[in-house]
Write a protein that binds this ligand. Structure first.
Ligand SMILES: *Cc1c(COP(=O)(O)O)cnc(C)c1O
Length: 456
């Protein structure tokens, strides 16, 4: 039997329908950078799965009844209960979004000169480590580099390398280990429970704290039930709770698996660490019972954290990603295997072989999807990660030229995804016609948000 979403639409919103000429003008005005496009010029918006999920009637009903008391609001206690139903952390602090959780926790854990070790630091996570004068070191497992292999847990941290790092000359500079579930920077690939347990054992031995970056804790848990021997009969909630239980704490953006427009939390066991976080929280985010969040978002999060663990929902979401990957692959557009849940990563380097890395094939494919179909998505390749010289020419390419097609939660119907597949199939009929791009202007920091380009 095929999986279907365990919900139906009750409120809908119109999407913009544009002409090719509209889109050509809009993209030129945007400097050929999708981040500069006004959303009302985008038909299918697959830029991100962050804060873009559709609300349930239960979330909106709770939001309408939110308690906006400054301290100790009912909404806070419902939020805290929802987190307590999932984690055993005695100290839970709400924050406005994931990067605020990172800043508050890392400032309280790390000393300048220390190293944060991760399977892969997400971009804001890396920035928050580096802003503290620390080094963010990624140790993804070897399988991560093979885009086509069907290894089930390509999000894993490299355990032998972690062991060598902790017991080597840099070992006493490691201030924390952070395991990102799922590994967003690594194609949305999951981390196995066996890998997490092995990382925890090494951290205990070397007395280094270990935390989760748990933005997609439910999707990771689902993929564990699907792929890890011994977990077939466990619920996603049980697996997620076990992951949270294993470690010393977490940061979690709730704009992803919290299915909320805004929100995040920090959870820790250590009382002294919690009190350092709380001081910083109150000074920079908000009082400990709202942490920069409006009460209505505390309510949406409280419901979202439960809804996201519905196996029917996760199964349907997995089926959506697999189906789109299959359609793209059938049309000749390869994607990172095996498909995860929150996004499909297209192998643009392989499709657009006439374009060298310095003409940014990932970006070229993303622009083409917009021009042909009004679909917005983002490059993950040399434009984002490569090294440029002073003339904005590429000197060191990224290891891959990918396009990320993010899948917002509960938003698009199967027909929308079929349309995306159709647009890809059209492009794949004559990939040689897709032009490359050259950079006109590239700011030094957070470059991909502000780049301006032109067709080459
Ligand atoms: C989105 C994300 C963050 C940052 O969270 P925001 O809520 O966007 O600030 C951190 N880590 C990972 C893995 C993410 O996907």
């Amino acid at each position: 039997m095929r999986a279907f979403p365990p919900y139906r639409a009750q409120v809908v919103t119109e999407i913009p329908i544009t002409t090719r000429a509209d889109r050509e003008r809009a993209l030129a005005r945007a400097g050929y950078n999708a981040f500069n496009l006004p959303a009302n010029m985008v038909t299918i918006d697959l830029l991100t799965d962050s804060g873009t999920g559709a609300m349930s009637t239960a979330q909106e009903a709770a939001a309408a009844a939110a308690d906006r008391s400054y301290a100790g609001s009912d909404s806070f206690f419902r939020f805290r209960q929802a987190v307590a139903d999932l984690t055993s952390y005695p100290h839970v602090l709400p924050v406005h979004q994931g990067r605020a959780a990172e800043r508050v926790l890392f400032t309280s854990v790390l000393q300048p000169g220390q190293i944060s070790v991760s399977n892969t630091h997400f971009d804001t996570t890396r920035a928050n480590v580096e802003l503290l004068g620390c080094e963010a070191r990624d140790l993804p497992c070897a399988g991560f580099l093979d885009l086509d292999s069907h290894e089930p847990f390509k999000g894993n941290i490299d355990i032998p390398l972690l062991e060598r790092t902790l017991s080597g000359p840099d070992g006493d500079r490691v201030g924390m280990v952070l395991v990102t579930i799922t590994n967003n920077g690594g194609g949305g690939q999951p981390v196995s429970m066996a890998n997490l347990r092995a990382a925890v054992a090494l951290c205990r031995k070397h007395k280094v704290p270990i935390f989760l970056d748990a933005a997609r804790f439910a999707e990771n848990a689902w993929l564990v039930t699907r792929r890890e021997p011994g977990y077939e009969n466990r619920t996603p909630r049980e697996v997620a709770a076990e992951a949270f239980d294993l470690v010393d704490g977490c940061v979690a953006s709730l704009k992803k698996d919290g299915i909320s427009p805004m929100g995040a939390f920090i959870g820790v066991r250590d009382a002294e660490l919690a009190s350092r976080c709380e001081t910083l929280l109150i000074a920079t985010e908000g009082f400990r019972t709202y942490g920069g969040l409006a009460a209505h978002d505390l309510e949406r999060v409280a419901k979202g954290l439960a809804e996201v663990l519905d196996p029917g929902y996760l199964h349907a979401r997995e089926a959506e990603a697999i189906r789109l990957a299959q359609q793209a692959n059938d049309a000749g557009v390869d994607s990172v295997q095996p498909p995860g849940l929150h996004a499909l990563y297209l192998n643009a380097g392989r499709l657009l072989q006439h374009l060298p890395a310095g003409r940014f094939p990932g970006h070229a494919l993303a622009c083409e999807m917009y021009l042909r179909g009004g679909i917005r998505c983002v490059e993950l390749g040399s434009l984002y990660l490569g090294e440029l010289d002073e003339n904005n020419e590429l000197v060191t390419p990224a290891p891959f030229e990918l396009v990320r097609i993010a899948l917002p939660r509960r938003v698009y119907a199967q027909a929308h995804m079929d349309y995306v597949a159709d647009v890809l199939a059209e492009i794949a009929k004559d990939p040689g016609a897709v032009p490359g791009y050259r950079i006109l202007d590239a700011p030094k920091v957070l470059r991909h948000f502000n780049l301006r380009l032109e067709p080459a």
